[in-house]
Design a protein around this ligand. Structure first.
Ligand SMILES: NC(=O)c1ccc[n+]([C@@H]2O[C@H](COP(=O)([O-])OP(=O)(O)OC[C@H]3O[C@@H](n4cnc5c(N)ncnc54)[C@H](OP(=O)(O)O)[C@@H]3O)[C@@H](O)[C@H]2O)c1
Length: 325
């Protein structure tokens, strides 16, 4: 088969569509003929040599895909050849075929195009596992989403609203119109406005019950300041650095929680549990049209370098998809 390989760590130009050995499904795995994959921020880091795949994961880029099952390994009961699926991957999505642990497969939600489905598993699993499973966001609470225009953010905004939360999102002003189309989200232009003040305005001074943060160090102090009493800060990205100063006094006074998680390095049984939760709690919202895939554009996988340039420039809103075949 062919896959995108990284000739040496570097810029988008090191991505190359080349012949590689076909994957074989092991026990408990299925083989998927990839129809599309999606670019995630982590792919840019892996390309640069900063984010090696976890042990046992395929060497190629690609944390999610959609496609058709073409072979089923031993010990797989619930999936059959010919089924259209999407999947959460530890790697290997930028390829014509990928072997996937059965627990990481999802059916394509009714009403969603097979190609668009490629952009759902990573954001659904990340956002649901943090905002719902760990932070227990409930109806009537306020969710602050940083980077509302990111793949993660555009999904989190919709999930928050579908769960009945008030949603506040930070994004550059140029993305606000596109985000307004997703629903009644309160938007903060983080370059011009102070998100702490804006969240307080929206909540009558209370603050956000849950914050989904992708910035890390540079937002740590302000995130704690923006938390409501009993608030939960979930950090999933470190675009603003990894080491910050935490005012434990401020956190303690609010009975706040600060947590950080990474999906990719979770063992397969944890990923399977998250995927099962997504299927049970998120897929019905997608099938009801309350959460839609937000696709900035589709590019052929042979233009993966162009797709990486686009994501690096932050000009996109939602997901950039790579089609295969
Ligand atoms: N821990 C995990 O399990 C996990 C899983 C998936 C993703 N992630 C992380 O989640 C983040 C989003 O991933 P993605 O693939 O969806 O990324 P993406 O689509 O590439 O988006 C990155 C976003 O960062 C925003 N941004 C940059 N500076 C900002 C600032 N100061 N304040 C607010 N937003 C800012 C940009 O929006 P503007 O153009 O508006 O600046 C852009 O939308 C990444 O950090 C990624 O590593 C973590």
């Amino acid at each position: 088969m062919r896959a995108i390989t990284v000739t040496e760590p570097g810029g988008p130009e090191v991505l190359s569509w080349t012949e590689v050995p076909d994957p074989q499904p092991g026990p408990g795995e299925v083989l998927v003929d990839v129809r599309a994959t999606a670019v995630n921020r982590a792919d840019l880091l892996q390309r640069q040599g900063h984010y090696p795949p976890p042990p046992g994961a395929p060497a190629y880029l690609g944390l999610e895909c959609s496609g058709v099952i073409t072979a089923v390994g031993t010990e797989v009961a619930d999936w059959a050849v010919g089924q259209e699926v999407c999947a959460l991957l530890a790697g290997g999505g930028y390829a014509e075929r990928v072997a996937v642990p059965a627990g990481q497969l999802l059916p394509v939600p009714a009403g969603v195009d097979l190609v668009d489905a490629a952009g759902l598993p990573e954001v659904a699993a990340t956002v649901w596992s943090n905002v719902v499973r760990l932070a227990r966001l409930t109806a009537g609470e306020t969710l602050l989403v940083h980077g509302g225009g990111s793949g993660i953010g555009a999904f989190a905004v919709q999930l928050g609203m579908a769960l009945g939360a008030t949603v506040v999102a930070t994004a550059r002003a140029v993305k606000h119109d596109r985000l307004r189309e997703l629903g009644a989200v309160h938007l903060v232009d983080y370059r011009e406005q102070d998100f702490v003040e804006e969240v307080r305005k929206v909540t009558g001074g209370r603050g956000a019950d849950v914050i989904l943060d992708i910035m890390g160090a540079s937002y740590l102090g302000r995130n704690v300041a923006a938390l409501a009493p009993d608030g939960r800060l979930m950090t999933i990205g470190m675009q603003g650095g990894r080491k910050g100063e935490l005012d434990l006094g401020a956190l303690l006074a609010k009975r706040g929680t600060v947590a950080a998680t990474a999906l990719r390095s979770r063992p397969p049984d944890q990923k399977a549990a998250i995927v099962a939760g997504v299927r049970e709690q998120v897929w019905p919202l997608v099938e009801a049209g309350r959460i839609r895939p937000v696709v900035d554009r589709r590019l052929p996988i042979t233009e993966a370098a162009e797709a990486h340039r686009l994501v690096e420039s932050n000009e996109h809103v939602g997901k950039v998809l790579l089609t295969v075949g």
